[in-house]
Every structure is written in C-alpha cells, then in structure tokens.
Design a protein around this ligand. Structure first.
Ligand code: 5GP
Ligand code: ZN
Length: 115
C-alpha cells in the first residue's frame, strides 16, 4: 500500500487533476489520456484487483457507478456517451494494483472494444 501510486494520489502526496472527490472515491484525469476525456475513478479503499471485491463492497461499487454518472452529467458527455473499462490482472494489462475504472469519452469510440 505504501508503494501504491493511487494511494499516494488519494493522500495528495502525488499531484493529480482531480475531477471529483468525496469520502469514498476520487476521480482524476489519466496522466496519459487515450481519449480526449480520460478520467480514472478510484475507491479510496485499497483493493488490489477486481478479484478481491466482496459483498462488503456492494455499497462502494454502486457508489462508484453513481459517481461515474454524476461525472458524465456534470462534464457534459452523458448525452454523447462514454465507455467504462476496468482491467484485472496481467492479461488485461493492469498496471496499477489498486482497482480503478477508466471513463473514456469525448470522441466516437471504435466499434472494437479490444484490438
Ligand atoms: P491500468 O492499465 O492499470 O488499467 O491503468 C492505469 C492507468 O493509470 C493508466 O492509464 C496510466 O496512464 C494511469 N496512471 C499511472 N500513473 C499515473 C499517475 O501518476 N497519475 C495519473 N493521473 N495517472 C496515472
Ligand atoms: Zn492503493
């Protein structure tokens, strides 16, 4: 946890462009955006991969999806649409071992979800 980049962003030890924050989650711009709008929604609880999500996290996961909706509406891309990606494990290319949800928006996305 001490070495987790996202925990450091949560603790403001690493700067980020914060889009939204409350007690449970933080959302900030991806440092290397894949689309014109690329926001990461991250729970403040350190959970390494989606495989570690349990029933205890039901409220948290629901809150994340409601946060995504709020961000989409407040940032003007709800109507045009967006894509959510959450990587899990090595075949997905998960780089940061703290669960996060990518919001990709701001352009017409490709028909293929993966290459
Ligand atoms: P993953 O591949 O784990 O699903 O995605 C990790 C994402 O975190 C990548 O898109 C990467 O650009 C982003 N990222 C990695 N380090 C930082 C950082 O220090 N700040 C921000 N804002 N994004 C980061
Ligand atoms: Zn962490």
């Amino acid at each position: 946890m001490e070495d987790c980049i996202f925990c450091k962003i949560i603790k403001k030890e690493i700067p980020s462009k914060i889009v939204y924050e409350d007690e449970e989650v933080i959302a900030f711009n991806d440092i290397n955006p894949a689309t014109p709008i690329h926001i990461l929604v991250v729970p403040k609880k350190h959970i390494e991969t989606l495989l570690e999500v349990t029933q205890e996290d039901n409220t948290l996961i629901s809150h994340i999806y409601q946060t995504i909706n709020k961000i989409a509406k407040e940032n003007g891309f709800a109507e045009n649409g967006f894509r959510i990606i959450a990587n899990c494990g090595k075949d997905s290319g998960q780089e940061v071992m703290h669960i996060h949800f990518h919001i990709l928006a701001g352009k017409k996305l490709g028909d293929k979800i993966v290459d």
